[in-house]
Design a protein around this ligand. Structure first.
Ligand code: 3PG
Length: 246
């Protein structure tokens, strides 16, 4: 027996469209993003992958993508659980900045270190910055303090406790959908696929295309390579994410 886990990055957001670093800034989906969410749900239905429970971040773009896709799959009624631990990586002082402008100002090398290196965070975001989450009520009860910046290693450290404690028990009871973000999903894929710190640098996750994992029922590790439910669309979209800011 195996357990099914489906990972879904939110559809295109306003700031994806504008090519801005987003992180914890709570931007909405574009119309394209809404259509991607719906299409994601249709793919779930076509593949008979009907989730019993959905986990999302606390950010609107992931929450709405989950709702749109579950509605399209006629699973709008399933239980939902949310955690800040599934949020996008906090992008520090880069939040709200244009990706191409940052690349032009700091150069390719620094841009890619901030964007994809495993353990180098961008500079921290000041608490009085308009894009800070330091006083956001939804994070008032965090056990740790609200991040001012994060590298991918920080995301792995805050995401895995949630995976073990909240997602693993649900995986033992049926198909689980996680609607989250490019970098929080990179952190989870790193764990599931056993990617090295070096290998995760070149991993990119497309928006709105469900990624299916079949997991061993005991170890809850993949029994085979994960599959995008629309592989051709995924390949093109992965390429586009990798080239953002160029
Ligand atoms: O937070 C962001 O800007 C994006 O959702 C992810 O961006 P990245 O692909 O540049 O890490």
């Amino acid at each position: 027996m195996t357990a099914n886990l489906v990972l879904l990055r939110h559809g295109e957001s306003d700031w994806n469209r504008k090519n801005l670093f987003t992180g914890w800034v709570d931007v909405d989906l574009t119309e394209t993003g809404e259509a991607e969410g719906k299409r994601g749900g249709e793919l779930l239905r076509e593949h008979g992958l009907l989730p019993e429970v959905v986990h999302t971040s606390l950010l609107r773009r992931a929450i709405r993508t989950a709702q749109l896709s579950l509605d399209a799959a006629d699973r709008h009624w399933i239980p939902v659980k949310r955690s800040w631990r599934l949020n996008e990586r906090h992008y520090g002082a880069l939040q709200g900045k244009d990706k191409a402008a940052v690349r032009a100002e700091f150069g390719d090398g620094q841009f890619m270190l901030w964007r994809r290196s495993y353990d180098i965070p961008p500079p921290p975001l000041a608490d009085d910055d308009e894009f800070s989450q330091a006083r956001d009520v939804r994070y008032a009860n965090l056990l740790t303090s609200v991040p001012r910046t994060e590298c991918l290693a920080d995301v792995v450290a805050r995401l895995l406790p949630y995976f073990y404690d909240s997602i693993v028990p649900d995986l033992r009871n049926g198909t689980v959908l996680i609607a989250a973000h490019g970098n929080s999903l990179r952190a989870l894929i790193k764990y599931l696929d056993g990617l090295s710190d070096a290998a995760v640098v070149s991993l990119n996750v497309p928006t709105g295309i469900p990624l299916r994992y079949e997991l061993d029922e005991t170890t809850l590790l993949p029994v085979k390579a994960a599959e995008y439910l629309d592989p051709d669309a995924a390949e093109a979209a992965i390429h586009a994410v990798a080239n953002q800011g160029k």
